[in-house]
Design a protein around this ligand. Structure first.
Ligand code: DC
Length: 202
């Protein structure tokens, strides 16, 4: 059985945690598609051409160390505006989405561009302030010394770049269920996501 759950939304809205929990709940495979752009961004920082890096990307590159740093996130957001990079990453994502046993993909354009036919689509969001606070807690918790105001500025800059780019801008699919996690704790957000998928399964 192939069943695709597309989960989109801006940075630090809780998408990753929700996607992993939803995949575990349904016994589906999970792909964090941001890692594809981060892996290409990391290669760009090493001086490799972004389009070449995207075309040469292998599944094991997603396991590389250091893909979660703010510098790589920034580079990922820059390579993500390049149409040829997005095109090069398309087949990998579509093949993953239709694998047997079900798949959860999280990203920015899964419900709109990569898998418009996905059986269930969620758009997970939260206010920029709430997302910046969560990201700041995560970064300082893993030893990064950074001011919350700097994280907020970074979140806003990435939102702006992700939602105004010409190629696959960040926006909910018309038939996506919107989950705003600003006022939800993680358990409530996961429960809302599972409920939304269950409704599409019937
Ligand atoms: O979700 P993330 O922070 O790991 O994403 C890193 C960057 O990659 C983000 O700025 C936008 C881009 N991205 C994208 O354009 N499309 C996706 N499906 C996933 C991520």
């Amino acid at each position: 059985m192939a069943f695709t759950i597309a989960i989109d939304g801006p940075a630090a809205a809780g998408k990753g945690t929700i996607s992993r929990a939803v995949a575990a709940h349904f016994g589906f495979a999970h792909l964090d598609t941001g890692l594809l752009y981060r892996a290409v961004g990391a290669r760009l920082l090493e001086g490799v051409d972004a389009v070449e890096a995207a075309r040469a990307l292998r599944a094991e590159d997603l396991e590389a160390e250091g893909l979660r740093t703010p510098a790589v996130a920034e580079a990922a957001s820059k390579v993500a505006v390049i149409g040829e990079v997005r095109q090069a990453l398309l087949d990998f994502q579509r093949a993953f989405a239709r694998r047997q046993g079900g798949a959860v993909l999280d990203g920015r354009d899964i419900g709109t561009v990569i898998c418009p036919e996905a059986e269930a689509k969620l758009f997970v969001t939260a206010s920029a302030e709430v997302r910046a606070h969560r990201r700041w807690l995560e970064l300082t918790g893993t030893g990064h010394d950074i001011a919350e105001s700097e994280v907020l500025a970074d979140v806003r800059a990435r939102d702006e770049r992700d939602s105004t780019r010409a190629e696959a801008p960040l926006k909910p699919a018309e038939d996506a269920t919107i989950i705003d996690t600003s006022e939800l704790d993680i358990d409530a957000a996961i429960a809302a996501a599972i409920r939304a998928v269950d409704q599409r399964k019937d």
